[in-house]
Design a protein around this ligand. Structure first.
Ligand code: FES
Ligand code: FES
Length: 165
């Protein structure tokens, strides 16, 4: 099949390319765009390492063809920090609560946790575990990751809980 013209907004910047129809979004981001923070673990939708946001929803980039993302806005781990480099609350919590470990699964966890807390800013512990259940960590260090997301949720909920704002 002939290559296809696509146009995406990636981390706020518009990008146009001509790509093979079978190129996955994950490979497109890593190879064509040089955004290697999107990691590939299983390449068949199991591990969640390749999670990115497509029009704000967490998707597995290994299961999406780049041509399917034509016209969409993509956010990768490179686009999560502030423009000035300041870590997002979830990123800072991973750093502060030992959620990083080897780091391979971290981008996917950060993207999943970011949407989890956006959609449910005051989750229960079970809701956090459920929200992270689609991401695998081969270090089996889920406790640090859970603690990081718990802390990120608590920090954003703190002002209203404490009555300070
Ligand atoms: S690499 Fe996509 S889910 Fe594992
Ligand atoms: S931190 Fe190593 S796989 Fe998760």
């Amino acid at each position: 099949m002939a290559d296809v013209d696509i146009e995406l907004t990636i981390n706020g910047a518009v990008r146009r390319d001509t790509v093979p129809p079978r190129l996955t979004l994950a490979d497109y981001l890593r190879v064509n765009c040089g955004l290697t923070g999107t990691h590939l673990g299983c390449e068949h939708g199991v591990c969640g390492a390749c999670t990115v946001l497509l029009d704000g929803e967490a998707v597995r980039a290994c299961l999406v063809f780049a041509v399917q993302a034509d016209g969409a806005a993509i956010t990768t781990i490179e686009g999560i920090a502030g423009a000035d480099g300041q870590l997002s609350p979830v990123q800072a919590a991973f750093r502060d609560h030992h959620g990083l470990q080897c780091g391979f699964c971290t981008p996917g966890f950060v993207l999943s946790a970011t949407t989890l807390l956006r959609d449910n800013p005051d989750p229960t512990d079970d809701e956090i575990r459920e929200g992270l259940s689609g991401n695998l960590c081969r270090c089996t260090g889920y406790q640090g990751i859970f603690a990081a997301v718990r802390a990120a949720a608590d920090s954003s909920a703190a002002p209203s809980k404490n009555g300070t704002s």
